[in-house]
Design a protein around this ligand. Structure first.
Ligand SMILES: [Cu+2]
Length: 198
């Protein structure tokens, strides 16, 4: 490569990186209090639709496992358009289906250990995932409009990283409590706490 070409090449590679770094600086963090629940975990804190933003789903599928008779994780937020790959890690057959219309009430069938089946979540959706072999198994895929989401830990803490500064509607979904939302101004690292009540 001649010197001039190298320079142009370097500029083309570095400029978008610099722009992305400058735009994605802040962390939104805080706690969720799930009133009346045994712990404060499993809440999905997410940024609602951002007008004009181009948000591509990940190229690779996101995995949900079935291991020791449980879906892992119990709650999986994804950006709309993401493919979720369901793995069976147990030595017994598992099934995955959802009764929820926003995910087309899919039933992926039953499959043995080490195999996967996939589903692409094309719409914003809360899909309860069930296994028709083991009625006690349950999980949730929460397909949301932006990639800015986090699941609260059992202590209620959450952190959404890489959020550009701006004014957002932040929503909090929980498996058993009504959803809440409010507007949050992010200007550098920002704190926001939420309380969920029946
Ligand atoms: Cu099962």
């Amino acid at each position: 490569m001649c010197k001039r070409k190298t320079l142009i090449f370097t500029a083309l590679v570095l400029l978008p990186l610099a722009a992305a770094t400058a735009a994605a600086a802040a962390t939104l963090s805080g706690t969720v209090e799930a009133t009346g629940m045994r712990h404060d975990g499993d809440a999905v804190v997410y940024v609602d639709t951002i007008a004009g933003a181009e948000l591509d789903p990940p190229a690779e599928p996101v995995q949900m496992d079935q291991e020791q008779m449980e879906f892992i994780p119990h709650v999986l937020p994804v950006l709309v358009g993401t493919t979720v790959e369901f793995l069976n890690s147990d030595a017994v057959l598992h099934n995955v289906f959802t009764p929820d219309k926003c995910a087309g009430r899919f039933n992926l069938g039953s499959w043995p250990q080490g195999e996967t089946r996939s589903y692409t979540f094309e719409k914003p959706c809360v899909a309860a995932l069930l296994c028709n072999v083991h009625p006690e198994m349950e999980a949730f895929v929460v397909a949301v409009p932006t990639p800015y989401f986090a699941v609260s830990g059992r202590d209620g803490s959450y952190a959404i990283e890489g959020l550009p500064d701006g004014e957002y509607t932040v929503k909090v979904w929980h498996p058993k409590l009504p959803e809440t939302s409010r507007s949050v101004t992010v200007a550098g690292d920002t704190a926001a706490d939420f309380e969920l009540k029946k």
